[in-house]
Design a protein around this ligand. Structure first.
Ligand code: PRP
Length: 197
């Protein structure tokens, strides 16, 4: 979807489709340099990384396998524990394999650090992180895990290129900061975002 359809909901477009795809190509090349002739398993984190994972795999100048995981944070009370609930497990045996965890955004880092710990128990040969976006507060990501990042971004809720707000905007081709008024309004259920009721 073109951003003009939801322009009123967006504070600013921070990355165009062209900028994203150019960087995805660079990330794919950097990962290929790392793995050479080995075939890594790209583990896409659903749903925010679906678009990114597919584009990264298609830009990868070698063989990859693709698998998917989904995990959800518990309610606020348990979130501080850093624990997530597994909604969908990987259906590839990663024992002895090179794994790349692919996510659309690292924000607090809780999701990524939980996934690293979860996948490490399966005795892969290596774990690498690849995130399209990284927010400023990422204190929870495991130190020592090789990490490839597309863009360091600022605060603000980012939507598009797979990232959502309450299920919407994932099909935007660009990445944009959602206007605070939209999510404030949605929280209070007073005003619907542009184009919806
Ligand atoms: O670093 P964190 O603070 O843990 O946040 C990052 C995670 O949050 C989002 O997923 P979300 O749980 O919103 O699910 P979704 O991908 O289905 O939107 C995003 O896609 C990352 O997986």
């Amino acid at each position: 979807m073109d951003a003009s359809h939801v322009a009123d909901d967006l504070e600013s477009v921070i990355l165009t489709e062209e900028q994203i795809l150019a960087r995805v190509g660079e990330l794919a090349a950097e990962l290929h340099e790392r793995f050479g002739s080995r075939t890594p398993v790209l583990v896409g984190v659903l749903g925010g990384a679906a678009t990114f994972t597919v584009d990264l795999a298609r830009a990868y100048p070698g063989q990859v396998e693709i698998g998917w995981m989904a995990a959800k944070s518990y309610s606020t009370g348990n979130r501080a524990s850093g624990s997530l609930r597994l909604l969908k497990d990987l259906d590839i045996d990663i024992t002895g394999r090179d794994v790349v965890i692919v996510d659309g955004v690292i924000d607090t880092g809780l999701t990524m650090s939980w996934l690293i710990a979860n996948l490490a128990q399966r005795e892969p040969a290596s774990i690498t992180v690849c995130a399209l976006l990284r927010k400023p507060e990422t204190a929870h990501v495991e130190a020592g895990t090789p990490t490839y990042v597309g863009f360091d971004v600022g605060e603000g809720l980012i939507v598009g290129y797979g990232l959502d707000h309450e299920g919407h905007y994932r099909n935007l081709r660009c990445a944009a900061v959602l206007a605070p008024a939209v999510y404030a309004a949605r929280r209070g259920r007073r005003v619907a975002p542009h184009g919806r009721t």
